[in-house]
Design a protein around this ligand. Structure first.
Ligand code: ARG
Length: 401
């Protein structure tokens, strides 16, 4: 019986070359698995290409719903953003792809799973750790980490083996799913250089955005978005719609220097229109519905959550622990946020929540003021007690006194 490998197949150069290379090097039958996470490719065409290249079987699976419900939304409620900039689109897709690879490997009785990641990035870590957690019996092969071919050599290999390729004169390395589009390499490797306009695909240049702002109302229920301008829709539809609307106004471009897990600093560019709007709106709603203490503590949890997603630890116990905490915080995060999208900016301009902690009668300086100002001196007297005593007992001396 020949050995069998299930390869996560995107249809690009690396994974196309990998089909042929795996068959030769590992003397294995290659089954490809292409997962639709909401990128914009024609996946039937990708499937056909896998078969033409030598795959014995080629599967295409729609993972959009599972991606949004089980990966994007929990991370979203957590407010997970890596290094304060990156909403983690690619990082969230990997554990899901790993999970489906494992399921397919079991169904197909395969001994191996494979992916197209190089040995320099985060994605190899996310795949390998996830597969290791879900199916320790499977061996993971990463051809691009083993074969030592340059891009030119890969192209030469493809020509020699008549591997059909869509030659998108690829300056950039990109990855996309519903939560965002990641763009790396090529001209972006010079951190001084402004990203060329051609790097972007989902967002308009500011010069081409409408002059009129777009006002939009985002409704949330228990921390999840459920409607845009009063129209209820499921998560996939809502994110798709918002990517289009906010992208048209140039919202959601991100350009930063990112610390990869393997120690490399890398210039990363993203387009994440829906994520940008939703994260901002969600934060504004939490400001209305969570206490000061909850907000402070949740900010720390958000950071930990983002780190573990970035670092490939989705299937670890810490994520489940943090998810339980985050879930508990979202109970009253229900209400609506009004945003204005204009010339690349998303600005929160209004907020409303049924169980809001904002109290007009306490905040107002007008006639309806219900706050007891006479109680403040007593509060301040005790609040400042330690500071006063310390100032008296341990006065700050001039250095040479
Ligand atoms: N730096 C991002 C991350 O680690 C994006 C990686 C994108 N991958 C790619 N093939 N362009 O999640």
């Amino acid at each position: 019986m020949p050995k069998k490998v299930v390869l996560a197949y995107s249809g690009g150069l690396d994974t196309s070359v990998a089909i042929r290379w795996l068959a030769e090097k590992y003397d294995a039958e290659v089954v490809t698995l292409t997962i639709d996470l909401g990128g914009q490719k024609d996946l039937e065409e990708v499937r056909a290409r896998a078969l033409k290249t030598g795959a014995v079987k080629a599967y295409v699976v729609d993972g959009k719903e599972m991606f949004v419900q089980d990966f994007v939304f929990p991370a979203f409620q957590a407010g997970a953003v890596y290094q304060g900039q990156y909403p983690l689109a690619t990082a969230l897709g990997r554990p899901l792809i790993a999970k489906l690879l494992v399921e397919m490997a079991r169904k197909e009785d395969a001994q191996y799973v494979a992916h197209g990641c190089t040995g320099k990035g985060n994605d190899q870590v996310r795949f390998d750790v996830s597969v290791g957690a879900l199916a320790p019996e499977l061996k993971v092969i990463a051809p691009a980490r083993e074969w030592g071919m340059s891009r030119e050599e890969e192209e030469e290999y493809a020509r020699r083996h008549h591997i059909p390729l869509v030659i998108k004169k690829g300056l950039y390395s990109t990855d996309e799913n519903l939560w965002g589009r990641s763009i790396e390499a090529g001209p972006l490797e010079d951190p001084w250089r402004e990203p060329p306009e051609e790097a972007f695909d989902w967002t308009r240049a500011i010069a081409d955005t409408p002059d009129q702002p777009l006002y939009l109302e985002v409704a949330f229920e228990q921390g999840l978005p459920i409607a845009l301008d009063g129209e209820e829709m499921d998560g996939v539809a809502l994110i798709n719609r918002l990517n289009a609307l906010a992208g048209e106004h140039g919202v959601g471009r991100i350009d930063h220097i990112e610390d990869r897990l393997v120690g490399i600093k890398s210039r990363e560019v993203y387009e994440a229109p829906a994520a940008t709007v939703l994260l901002k709106a969600h934060q504004a709603l939490e400001a209305m519905t969570l206490s000061r203490d909850q907000l402070r503590f949740k900010a720390k949890v958000s950071e930990e959550y983002a780190e573990l997603i970035y670092n490939g630890l989705w299937f670890g116990a810490l994520r489940r622990d943090l998810a339980a905490y985050v879930g508990s915080t979202q109970q009253h995060v229900t209400g609506s946020i009004r945003v204005r999208l204009h010339k690349g900016n998303c600005t929160v301009v209004g907020r409303r929540a049924s169980q809001s902690l904002y109290r007009y009668d306490l905040a107002t300086y007008g006639a309806q003021d219900a706050f007891d100002q006479k109680a403040s001196p007593g509060f301040i007297h005790i609040w400042g007690l330690q500071t006063r005593i310390q100032a008296q007992q341990q006065p700050e001396e001039p250095p040479d006194a």
